[in-house]
Write a protein that binds this ligand. Structure first.
Ligand code: GDP
Length: 541
């Protein structure tokens, strides 16, 4: 097995700031341990502390109070959507993805701002349905995936079965970095396959700090027998052999292209294996790469070290206070060195001066004087910025690849008071711009159709329309099952639209959408109109 560190990108003291950035997200099926791992990673990196979670970073009262002022003046409440921490001279931006599965659309979009992902699997369950879906999204951009098999302190599946499960279900080549010694009550730790040392697992006790380094023993020799039996030692030796026979050697290029996943084992809850994971991340996950974009109609690759400051909005968080209409747009910077007070433009020509950009540290936020490619900054605005917007100095750049996903729930919005139709339009448009729900205007009939990937999105929308706009709206079932964005020859689209008038709509950007009664109807239409493409996901254009 080759060592991943040998061909990892080197970081010298002369390296530019952007080269220190590592932006990643954690993906998992609910309950696999994403939240627990997030917390343990932050603890291990010293970004938060257990007792009272005191900040490890130096206090900066000025920036702290600056932030508080904005928060108070504008009433914005920003949850920790991004958490920044340092480890081994690198600056990690952990992009938080909402835990509830109904907000998966938000999760998908957050992944467009990450340069890599950690896939957390429950050791007793392997690959679960939500994992599959999320990996599909990672594939849209082929971002590298690191696997963490969690909950080894409980009875787990056989490691070989787990690796095969990943290979079969996700078509990813697996390369174990470690081999576990037992699981559950018999869990003794993991063998580091590079150094052939056992990283020993110690049963939890009240006075043990979960971030403390675990003891290590060389696999060969007698010392290890203080911790495991001779039989377990032999089993581990055999495990290492199985790993090298079964799995290919780690190849950085394959990993970076998203075909190969290094696999770590541990227990997030017990803080075991998380340090090793963090070191593994520092060794192999990539910094910001060139991003495809369009400049003046020409496809370009925007380099992180490029001159022009440019980025895109992958999330907008509105303030829940009805007296304010302020929002924070989360902008992933892709090139240039941003300076506080800079003027940036959207591709639609809207200009804004970014005077209070926010950077997010694990327990804190700061007004940023500078930000670099790979960083995520919060930009407070009055509704100028939408999910999917590109921001740049020239206003001539457009990033592609922020998807909207085919809604699985479609509802007709019915007002209790029809005289308030104009208000309703504004409210629904605003929520669609924020990316909370999608909005479709049917060609025939006056009611709006709203779409969501999960039912909870509809509940949030109902509450917000009532609280922020004072509107009582019924979201009644619509006779559609799903939606597909159409692309292809214009004449053909018109022909299709003509035949399906009652099922056609426009989305918020005026693009044609087919509202289908069933998945079967989609396949049938695809067969009948082979020249048209029926998209499940739409990239903002
Ligand atoms: P999420 O839904 O993926 O964010 O999962 P959580 O982090 O909330 O964890 C779900 C449940 O699994 C919680 O009860 C955790 O305490 C538990 N859990 C997480 N990691 C571990 C682990 O390593 N070992 C065990 N035994 N339980 C864990």
């Amino acid at each position: 097995m080759t060592t991943p560190t040998s061909d990892a990108p080197a970081l010298t003291s002369h390296a530019p700031e952007w080269a220190r950035r590592r932006s990643f997200a954690i993906i998992s099926h609910p309950d696999a341990g994403k939240t627990t791992l997030t917390e343990t990673l932050l603890l291990s990196a010293g970004a938060i502390r257990l007792a009272g979670q005191v900040r490890a970073r130096g206090e900066n009262r000025r920036t702290q109070s600056d932030w508080m002022k904005i928060e108070q003046e504008r009433g914005i409440s920003v949850s920790a959507s991004v958490m920044t921490f340092e480890h081994r001279a690198l600056l990690f931006n952990l992009l938080d993805t909402p835990g509830h599965e109904d907000f998966s659309e938000d999760t998908y979009r957050t992944l467009t701002a990450a340069d890599s992902a950690i896939m957390v699997l429950d050791a007793a369950k392997g690959v679960e349905p939500r994992t599959l879906k999320l990996v599909e999204v990672c594939r849209l951009r082929d971002i590298p995936i690191v696997t963490f098999i969690n909950k080894m302190d409980r009875e787990a599946l056989d490691p070989v079965d787990l690796l095969e499960d990943i290979q079969d279900k996700l078509a990813l080549d697996t390369v174990p970095m470690q081999w576990p010694s037992g699981s559950g009550n018999r869990f003794k730790g993991v063998l580091d396959l590079k150094t052939r040392e056992l990283v020993g697992y110690q049963k939890p006790s009240d006075d043990r700090d979960p971030t403390e380094a675990s003891p290590r023993w060389a696999l060969e020799g007698d010392e290890i027998l203080e911790h495991i039996s001779a039989e377990e030692q032999a089993e581990l030796d055999e495990g290492a052999e199985v790993a090298s026979e079964l799995c290919p050697a780690f190849k950085m290029q394959s990993f970076l292209e998203g075909h190969m996943t290094p696999v770590f084992f541990g227990s997030a809850l017990r803080g075991f294996g998380v340090r090793e994971l963090l070191d593994g991340l520092a060794d192999i996950i990539p910094g910001p790469a060139a991003m495809p974009a369009i400049r003046n109609g020409q496809a370009v690759e925007l380099e992180p070290g490029g001159k022009e400051v440019a980025g895109f909005v992958f999330k907008v968080q509105a303030n829940m206070d009805p007296n304010h209409r302020d929002r924070v747009a989360f902008v992933r910077l892709c090139s240039g060195v941003f300076k506080r007070g800079m003027k940036l433009k959207t591709e639609a020509g809207k200009q804004l001066t970014v005077s209070s950009p926010i950077l997010f540290f694990a327990q804190d936020r700061e007004i940023a004087d500078e930000a670099f490619a790979g960083d995520v900054m919060g930009v407070p605005n009055h509704g100028t910025l939408r999910v999917g917007d590109s921001l740049s100095e020239s206003g001539k750049l457009r990033f592609s690849g922020i998807p909207n996903f085919a809604p699985e729930i479609l509802r007709r919005a019915r007002l209790a008071d029809p005289l308030k139709a104009k208000h309703l339009k504004k409210a629904l448009e605003s929520l669609a711009e924020e990316g909370v729900t999608q909005l479709f205007r049917p060609t025939l009939g006056g009611d709006f159709i709203v779409g969501a990937v999960g039912a909870l999105q509809i509940d949030v929308m109902r509450e917000r329309v009532a609280a922020e706009y004072g509107l009582e709206v019924d979201f009644e079932p619509a006779p559609y099952d799903t939606a597909r964005w159409l692309s292809g020859d214009r004449v053909k689209i018109e022909e299709f639209a003509d035949r399906h008038k009652s099922a056609m709509a426009e989305d918020i950007n005026g693009d044609p959408v087919f509202l289908a009664k069933s998945a079967w109807e989609v396949s049938y239409s695809e067969e009948k109109f082979p020249d048209l493409t029926f998209h499940r996901a739409k990239e903002r254009s």
